[in-house]
Design a protein around this ligand. Structure first.
Ligand SMILES: Nc1ncnc2c1ncn2[C@@H]1O[C@H](COP(=O)(O)OP(=O)(O)OP(=O)(O)O)[C@@H](O)[C@H]1O
Ligand SMILES: [Mg+2]
Length: 243
């Protein structure tokens, strides 16, 4: 479903992603981990066509992100923690509808999907309130609904639970499980080991822009001789990942 081949992205003298290749199968949930600046956000933005690779190629559902960016965008939902880009003067519903229109959905479809998403995230109560007064979690849920309005097959989440309260973080984890049941393909980045341990089929570790590991947690534990993601991560940094 997602295929990277020799992908490299540089920002001036900084190499954010270097010669990264991997495949993610349809219906897989992959956790993307790595230290600050390792290239996680850049990788997700490359897949979502927000950035262009300088070398290598990326395919999503068989579509090339450089040659067919518009078609790729229809398949992909991208969610970033932190900066949300919501319009404060618009209501949650209007913010979501704006995205729906960008994807060419008609008003009836937008209404139907928005109400279903609002129900799912328990945000019906504030759907018609202006986003300006929203709490962090309310904003985050609005952003999630917005990124799902076109029912993407591929969902990319960049630190989706960062800064959320316990309840909202649990709702996001449940959402990822639901995506998995629905057969969607998910890559999420996280600095929260417990979340990665609980949710993903496979883990990818980026280190200074390079893909260091892409396999199951069981395999990571086997290779590092630990049973704990934090310990395995540190172990891999210190002594590498021999077979
Ligand atoms: N737009 C940009 N302009 C210049 N440098 C950038 C840009 N985006 C990313 N970088 C650089 O690329 C490298 C990788 O950044 P990236 O944001 O992908 O890391 P990350 O793994 O998401 O880190 P974090 O855990 O802190 O979110 C860093 O050195 C960063 O400074
Ligand atoms: Mg990041």
């Amino acid at each position: 479903m997602i295929e990277l081949r020799g992908v490299t992205k540089r920002f001036k003298q900084v190499t954010a992603v270097q010669d990264v290749s991997f495949d993610v199968e349809r219906g897989e949930v992959v956790g993307l981990i790595g230290e600050n600046g390792a290239g996680k956000t850049t990788t997700l933005r490359l897949i979502a066509t927000v950035l262009r690779p300088m070398a290598g190629s990326i395919r999503v559902a068989g579509l090339d992100t450089i040659k067919q960016p518009r078609q790729v965008r229809r398949k992909v939902g991208l969610l970033f923690g932190g900066e949300t880009g919501l319009y404060d003067r618009l209501t949650a519903r209007e913010n979501i509808a704006y995205f729906g229109r960008l994807f060419g959905l008609d008003d009836g479809e937008i209404r139907r999907r928005t109400e279903a998403l609002a129900e799912r995230f328990a945000m019906t109560e504030y759907l018609d309130r202006r986003v300006g007064g929203f709490s962090k979690g309310m904003r985050q849920k609005t952003v999630i609904a917005r990124s799902l309005i076109h029912e993407p097959e591929v969902v990319l989440l960049d630190e989706p639970t960062s800064g959320l309260d316990i309840t909202s973080a649990a709702a996001i984890r449940q959402l990822i499980r639901d995506f998995q049941k629905e057969g969607r393909t998910v890559i999420f980045s996280s600095h929260i080991s417990g979340e990665v341990e609980r949710l993903c089929d496979r883990v990818m570790i980026l280190r200074r822009g390079r893909l260091e590991f892409a396999d199951s947690l069981a395999e990571l534990y086997r290779r590092t001789g630990t049973e704990d993601l934090d310990a395995a991560f540190v172990q891999a940094a210190e002594s590498g990942l021999g077979r």
